[in-house]
Ligand binder design. Structure first.
Ligand code: GRF
Length: 189
């Protein structure tokens, strides 16, 4: 069995799609753990509904303590998937999961990445710059925000009447369409 830990801080619509994907198909891959830094996050409810163990993490332990590495090792996690996780990953976790941690970013990196470029900030910047296309990037995580090797990108067109919010919807459609399949490829390659 290959075991995925999803790190998410928010609504968790990507986490839900990934959970649904791997419970619907016959595969030796499972979402074994949801790691979350916000007790109010919607993703915790999704985990409860699907009976997936959760780990609610604390800032001091994550950044200055053991970084939850003992828990991740104990759960025998093979791949860490960041799906809307807003804390920077400590170097010790990155070292422990070389090429075994991937992130999804709601723009076409290397454009619109880096510190502060998350959620609606990304879509607002893309629209303000009058871009004609945007998209998603799935990439390995290294010690620099949004700079790890790119695994996959998909694009969508931006029309004159798009707003940050309509663009966000288009991006979510792409994320929900591709993320689970790319994760599956990573674990079966
Ligand atoms: C996604 O748009 C993802 O690209 C970004 O955070 C968002 C998470 O959305 N990193 P959700 O919580 O999965 O709905």
């Amino acid at each position: 069995m290959k075991r995925i830990a999803i790190f998410a801080s928010g609504t968790g619509s990507n986490a839900l799609k990934i959970i649904q994907h791997f419970s619907a198909i016959e595969t030796p891959i499972e979402v074994a753990l949801i790691v979350c830094n916000n007790a109010q996050a919607g993703v915790l409810q999704i985990a409860a509904t699907h009976q997936i163990p959760t780990l609610l993490i604390n800032k001091d332990i994550f950044f200055k303590g053991h970084h939850y590495l003992p828990q991740l090792q104990q759960m025998q996690i093979d791949l860490i998937v960041l799906a809307g996780f807003l804390w920077k990953i400590p170097p010790k976790i990155i070292e422990a999961y070389p090429n075994k941690m991937i992130n999804i970013h709601p723009a076409l990196l290397p454009k619109y990445g880096g510190k502060g470029m998350y959620g609606n900030n990304v879509h607002e910047a893309v629209i303000a710059n009058k871009e004609t296309e945007s998209g998603i990037t799935i990439h390995y995580v290294n010690e620099h925000y949004d700079e790890g090797k790119i695994i996959f990108q998909a694009k969508c067109a931006i029309t004159a009447d798009d707003t940050p919010s309509t663009l966000a919807n288009k991006i979510h459609v792409l994320e929900h369409l591709h993320f689970a399949t790319i994760i599956e490829k990573q674990l079966t390659a």
